[in-house]
Design a protein around this ligand. Structure first.
Ligand SMILES: Nc1nc(=O)c2c([nH]1)NC[C@@H]1CN(c3ccc(C(=O)N[C@@H](CCC(=O)O)C(=O)O)cc3)C=[N+]21
Length: 312
């Protein structure tokens, strides 16, 4: 036995490979949709302002939609866009028969009311699953559009835990985009669910009880090895850009950063049974699930019963 084998190393959950599987299924179903019904699923992405990180995501979403055989419509609006201008665009997209999915990139500039804007989207086209109608339906266990990041986490969890019933799960973070919907999905799957957040005082103790830990806290390296029950599954939703002095030779100072998650990966991967890396874990699945949601929305809007991605 070599020395490395003294450590129990977690299985690394390959988000890129899972995302590729999802994209292949979407591509096949989109091609079938075109061949049998003459319909090409269309995704509209709206970006207000010019945040460079958002630019990168929006470009990636558009490119992957096209690769999957869909139409991509990108709307880049000035930082100074008014609420009425944005609502007017959304109304146009709501009634456009070529658009089946609408995503408004968040966060919006401060002067725009995101709740109002999100709730102006036709809930059948709300491929982020952020509209109150979709939130309410997921919350009551009804079929609805499920937010992309929690959906991606569930699909990866399902690959390791075909039966989630009775598993103890801890969600760290209670945002509307990840923590809350994640907890609702785990509850719908009959997990015993704990939700911790900034004001929680006993997160390590709660984590030690958990078979599944999902972290979306935005704190680099928050989750430590001694919090984790041996063999637990750890899903790291964090995307944190931190300084990387080891890349000190780069000329451009913005290149001297790297992306890390909310989990101390090196420590935790010695204790956990399975763990998602950052990058290459939840992130790629988020975009793949956006495509899946767009295809589902297209099927639903067109009255075609071919909804592909079951999580329960
Ligand atoms: N309405 C809305 N819906 C979103 O889904 C949404 C949003 N707004 N605003 C911004 C966040 C962020 N987000 C990511 C998607 C993919 C990666 C991703 O693929 N990340 C790669 C690394 C990317 C890199 O290197 O920068 C990875 O984790 O491997 C990351 C982040 C979606 N978001």
């Amino acid at each position: 036995m070599n020395k490395i084998a003294q450590f129990q190393e977690a299985e690394i959950i390959d988000g890129r490979a899972h995302a590729e599987d999802v994209r292949r299924e979407v591509r096949e179903k989109a091609a079938k949709m075109k061949a049998t019904h003459g319909i090409t699923p269309g995704l509209a992405v709206v970006l207000v302002g010019n945040d460079p990180a958002s630019e990168v995501y929006v470009r990636s979403k558009g490119k992957q939609a096209v690769d999957a055989g869909m139409n991509s419509f990108e709307f880049r609006l000035a930082e100074s866009t008014t609420r009425d201008e944005l609502l007017c665009l959304i109304e146009r997209l709501n009634t456009d028969p070529e658009v089946h999915g609408i995503l408004v990139q968040l966060p919006l500039p401060k002067h725009l009311p995101s709740t109002l804007v999100i709730n102006a989207i036709d809930p059948r086209k709300d491929v982020d699953g952020f509209h109150i109608a979709n939130v309410g339906m997921v919350g009551t266990g009804q079929d609805a559009i499920v937010p992309c990041t929690p959906l991606g986490c569930m699909l990866m969890l399902r690959a390791y835990h075909p039966d989630l019933r009775g598993k103890t799960a801890l969600v760290i973070g209670h945002s509307n985009v990840v923590g809350k919907p994640m907890a609702r999905l785990l509850l719908n799957a009959d997990c015993t669910v704990m939700i911790a957040h900034k004001s929680s005082t006993n997160i390590p103790e709660l984590a030690r009880l958990a078979d599944i830990v999902v972290v979306a806290a935005g704190v680099p390296g928050l989750v430590k090895a001694d919090w984790i029950k041996p063999g637990a599954t750890v899903i790291d939703v964090g995307i944190n850009r931190v300084p990387a002095p080891e890349l000190g030779l780069q000329e451009d100072s913005s290149a001297r950063t790297k992306i890390v998650g909310d989990v101390d990966f090196n420590g935790v991967s010695r204790v956990a049974g399975a763990i998602t890396p950052v990058p290459g874990g939840v992130g790629p699945m988020t975009i793949a699930c956006l495509l899946a949601n767009t295809l589902s929305a297209c099927c639903h809007l067109s009255g075609i019963d071919d909804s592909p991605f079951q999580i329960d």
